[in-house]
Design a protein around this ligand. Structure first.
Ligand SMILES: Nc1ncnc2c1ncn2[C@@H]1O[C@H](COP(=O)(O)OP(=O)(O)OP(=O)(O)O)[C@@H](O)[C@H]1O
Ligand SMILES: [Mg+2]
Length: 316
């Protein structure tokens, strides 16, 4: 396989007569890395994953997955990839173990091989207690874990995960994060979608942001944060009850935002240290005790909102 596991060039998809779901998307994922596909609901993430895993055909454009053309060599692509889709693809009437063995058989494993691999994954995904019950009796999080396991019955070269941690409790989410990290160490390329920006930040070597079927930004999490350009000035009073007073003193400055989770108030700092000075003077006049006042780079959440808002303004 070349140094790129996924190469997408001008991929477009129109369903029926509506606006295109994808309007010419291009990006690439180096082999052995994790790429996070980010975007609002309806941005085109699932459509991209479904085209790359050959479930649907593009209207135009090209893509190579594991070196194979998704339109001309769909069989080869399918043999090289694993997919855990946004909706669970399990036979609810079968047990978790039966589903895993079935997936293994479909991927060409002999019965004994499939059983042995299912045993390993049941252990790894902490499903031993439930493995011999019908999947219809599982909780949502348990169903998602079996679904993920089924995509790993035969280790793929490229793994597509469409919102892999939706509905998982925090511990299971961390387990999936660890799993993705270990797959990456084994040289498996992962393309995942997520609504959790924190997750993309933690897991991904690169991030592609799509909005209304277009790539609007790509790069590392740090690149995206830098794209926002402006930094923020953040003030944290010692006593959270002083937050409204601090916010009132900063009224009129751009981008003012009160974050009760961190107990701080942020404003855009387009002039860097000069803005910091202005903020300091205003807050100092209050006589409120502070634990911190500092310039900081935008979080990935702020970068994402900034990038997609810019596009909304440009379109209107
Ligand atoms: N089978 C289909 N028929 C018609 N329109 C579709 C179909 N699948 C997707 N779309 C449309 O394509 C657009 C992109 O959908 P897609 O499922 O790719 O978004 P998404 O980014 O995965 O969103 P979400 O975060 O909600 O999963 C949406 O406007 C959706 O309505
Ligand atoms: Mg989706």
């Amino acid at each position: 396989m070349s140094s790129l596991a996924v190469e997408v060039n001008g991929l477009a998809k129109t369903f029926g007569g509506g606006a295109p779901a994808l309007g010419g998307v291009s990006f690439s994922v180096p082999t052995g890395t994790v790429c996070g596909l980010l975007g609002h609901n309806g941005a085109g993430k699932t459509t991209t994953i479904n085209i790359l895993s050959t479930l649907i055909r593009p209207t135009s454009g090209h893509a190579l997955v594991a070196g194979y053309d998704i339109v001309r060599q769909p069989g080869r692509v399918r043999a090289s990839v694993g997919l855990a889709g946004q909706s669970i693809a399990m036979d609810l009437l079968l047990t978790g173990r039966e589903n895993l063995v079935l997936f293994g058989r479909l991927r060409g494993l002999h019965r004994q091989q499939a059983k042995a691999r299912a045993d390993e994954l049941i252990e790894q995904f902490d499903l031993a207690d439930a493995a011999d019950r019908r999947v219809m009796t599982y909780s949502g999080g348990m169903q998602r874990r079996v679904d993920l396991a089924s995509a790993l019955m035969v280790l793929p070269k490229v793994l597509f995960l469409d919102e892999p941690t939706v509905g998982l409790d925090p511990r299971s989410r961390r387990d999936v994060w660890a799993l993705i990290g270990s797959l990456r160490l084994q040289g498996i390329t992962v393309l995942l979608t997520t609504q959790y920006l924190e997750e993309a930040d933690v897991l991904s070597d690169s991030i592609v942001v799509i909005d209304h079927g277009q790539v609007i930004a790509s790069g590392t999490a740090e690149d995206l944060k830098r794209r926002v350009g402006t930094s923020y000035c953040q003030v944290t009073p010692a006593n959270p009850t002083d937050l409204p007073q601090v916010a009132a003193a900063l009224a009129g400055l751009d981008g003012i935002d009160i974050d009760t989770d961190t107990g701080s108030v942020s404003v855009f700092a387009p002039d860097g240290v000069a803005t910091l000075g202005e903020v300091f003077r205003r807050v100092d006049a209050l006589g409120v005790e502070l634990v911190d006042i500092s310039l900081r780079k935008p979080s990935l959440d702020e970068a994402f909102l900034h990038l997609t808002e810019q596009r909304t303004v440009a379109r209107s």
